[in-house]
Design a protein around this ligand. Structure first.
Ligand code: AR6
Length: 184
């Protein structure tokens, strides 16, 4: 996690590269990155969990901005300013509700992570912090969710150079660390 923009060297001269993934255990609203991601619902109506924390830290203008957009389908993401947060943007990403795993949830979660990178690339955000989408209220099991997050974020072409995987609980942090260091 770094302060503000990086100098752009990591991404080379305008070509998509492979981002560096790191793990941070704690509250995403404290991350000093270009864009933080929140786990939103399709109505962009605010809620509990990470979305509650992000809206509380950003202030009421964040809800006004997301209400003005109004809707985002599952698998998608929209971007707004970050208002009172230390980052410049908030990416509101809608993951799937877990319905047993055979209703396309893994593909939808991968689509959500690709949409996050697409929104970041559109505004030139080179450092982002991402929570474990869908693993709270939406009930996606943590292990496959972590695997999909790491695989999709590391294999999708993007100009984002630094991705902080934010784990709120020790289990998720451990899953991410094992996936990033498979030999340990
Ligand atoms: N920082 C980082 N991660 C957090 C934080 C935080 N401050 N707080 C919770 N988490 P959830 P979902 C973790 O339920 O499952 C909302 O009401 C949490 O431990 O926030 O995608 C929305 O408005 C879990 O690992 O999101 C939607 O209606 C992860 O964030 C709905 O919940 C995601 O949990 C979305 O459900």
């Amino acid at each position: 996690m770094s302060e503000g923009h990086t100098d752009g060297e990591q991404a080379g001269s305008g070509t998509a590269g492979t981002p560096r993934l790191t793990v941070f255990r704690g509250d995403i609203t404290r991350c000093q990155v270009d864009a933080i991601v929140t786990a939103a619902n399709e109505a962009l109506a605010g809620g509990g969990g990470v979305d509650g924390a992000v809206h509380a830290a950003a202030g009421p203008r964040l809800l006004e901005a997301s209400r003005a957009i109004g809707h985002c389908p599952t698998g998608g993401a929209v971007i707004t300013p970050a208002f009172g947060l230390p980052s410049r943007w908030v990416i509101h990403a809608v993951g799937p509700i877990w319905r047993g795993g055979r209703a396309g949830e893994p593909e939808q979660l991968a689509a959500t992570y690709r949409s996050i990178l697409a929104r970041a690339d559109e505004v030139g955000a080179v450092s982002i912090a991402v929570p474990a989408i869908s693993t709270g209220v939406y009930g996606f099991p943590p292990e496959p969710a972590a695997r999909i997050a790491v695989t999709t974020l590391s294999e999708t072409p993007t100009m984002v150079g630094e991705i902080t995987l934010v784990a709120f609980d020790p289990l998720t942090a451990d899953l991410y660390r094992r996936l990033l260091q498979p030999d340990q």
